[in-house]
Design a protein around this ligand. Structure first.
Ligand code: ZN
Length: 91
């Protein structure tokens, strides 16, 4: 009947190990979820400054608006911001 001899750590660690495993699992899931979410926001971010800064800006020959070259409409050596401006300037 020596109750004090029973190690107290055994039942405590038995309870902590599954909790720890669960915590690690939640942390991993959270990290993966956060990473995928971060990738999505990066891909969908409207202000992709680095791309826009590298992108060459061109001027609309009709209204003078500056737009990235990949968004501009090209007609010969001139660039336009919209099909309407391109058509009206050509006409
Ligand atoms: Zn324009």
């Amino acid at each position: 009947m020596r109750r004090d001899a029973v190690p107290k750590e055994a039942p405590v660690s038995m309870r902590i190990v599954p909790l720890l495993a669960l915590a690690i699992l939640i942390w991993l899931v959270y990290r993966i979820w956060r990473n995928s979410r971060h990738d999505n926001t990066r891909r969908r971010a409207p202000g992709q400054k680095t791309t826009e800064q590298v992108e060459r800006m061109v001027r609309c020959a009709k209204c003078g608006l500056h737009i990235p070259q990949h968004e501009a409409l090209r007609a010969g050596e001139r660039f336009y911001c919209s099909p309407a401006h391109r058509d009206s300037d050509e006409a």
